[in-house]
Design a protein around this ligand. Structure first.
Ligand code: CA
Length: 315
């Protein structure tokens, strides 16, 4: 049994919700906690707790992370539809209180004898804070799997996207430095790999047939997200709307979960990795002398998709 703790920015892009839902349904996995960082972290983590309310799981601790970067800059990623389809207006305005992410990490890493893997599918702020405030606890993590960064420009169809297309490292650059300079055993799942799989609009519609609240939520979420995604790709990455015509949803965070629960679907290399930063972007570089990390390079896309649908029981 692999115990995992997910640190996300669930709510804006649907891939976080999918990764969390799949983790709760994956055999051999015990999901022990879900945290969220990003604009309005309490709302985000409430979404996760509602999403899993009908899943048969053990006890999961839900925790709210940061609403701003290490430097105190408020996170900007926001679609305006976060929680629609799973929370009513009153709950979206007042999602309630959750313990801080730090407590969740302390709970599982501070003195616990049980090994825990952390899956980071949002900005690295919560993990960086733990590394800075309690490095002994952080070092207890059995493994840290990170969806983030890119060594080369990700490709969307035949188009190369700009380097800033990966949002997790860009959202909190200081946090990324803290995590990459730590001694934690890191597995990286970079954006040039995660951009290789997505759901078409027709495939994404199948998610509406998931039972109960999850299906209802994902149907509403995907509808709102598509408009937002097309706008973002146009404004930030120069991709015309026509080129996104058939895309229903990217699966970045789901690929990172798969690298953790189905590593046989991937080919990994050990790469000495360093962050390279300019004003415009933050990217990863393979260097001769640097910190070795396990990097997911290739995946069997067909087997990945079949794992995805099978785990959702929609195959
Ligand atoms: Ca995410």
């Amino acid at each position: 049994m692999t115990r995992i703790l997910i640190d996300s920015d669930v709510g804006t892009n649907p891939d976080d919700a999918l990764a969390i839902y799949l983790a709760a349904r994956s055999p051999g996995i015990e999901l022990v906690g879900v945290a969220a960082a990003g604009q309005r972290p309490e709302l985000r983590v409430r979404i996760a707790s509602e999403l899993l309310s009908e899943c048969k799981t053990g006890q999961i601790l839900f925790a709210a992370g940061d609403g701003q970067s290490i430097r105190g800059i408020p996170f900007s990623r926001w679609g305006g539809y976060e929680g629609v389809g799973i929370l009513d207006e009153a709950a979206r305005n007042d999602p309630g209180c959750f313990p801080p992410a730090e407590r969740l990490f302390q709970n599982w890493l501070g003195g616990q004898a049980l090994p825990v893997t952390i899956l980071c599918i949002g900005p690295l702020t919560n993990l960086a804070r733990l590394i800075s405030s309690n490095p002994e606890a952080a070092n207890q993590a059995e493994r840290v799997v990170i969806m983030g960064g890119c060594f080369e420009r990700p490709k969307l169809g035949t188009r190369y996207l700009p380097l800033h297309s990966e949002g997790n490292l860009s959202a909190d650059r200081e946090a990324a430095w803290v995590v990459f300079e730590s001694n934690l055993p890191i597995t990286l799942v970079p954006a040039e790999l995660t951009y290789q799989v997505s759901l078409s609009r027709a495939e994404a519609q199948k998610l509406a047939s998931l039972p109960g609240r999850a299906g209802k939520y994902l149907a509403a979420h995907l509808q709102h997200y598509r408009k937002y995604m097309v706008e973002c790709f146009g404004k930030e990455r120069g991709v015309p709307a026509e080129e996104l015509q058939s895309v229903g949803c990217f699966l970045h965070d789901v690929v990172a979960l798969a690298a953790l629960v189905r590593p046989a679907l991937f080919q990994f290399d050990t790469v000495r990795t360093q962050i390279e930063e300019t004003q415009e972007h933050i990217r990863l570089r393979e260097v001769e002398e640097g910190r070795p990390m396990k990097v997911a390079r290739e995946m069997d896309q067909e087997k990945f998709m079949s794992w995805f649908w099978k785990t959702l029981e929609l195959a």
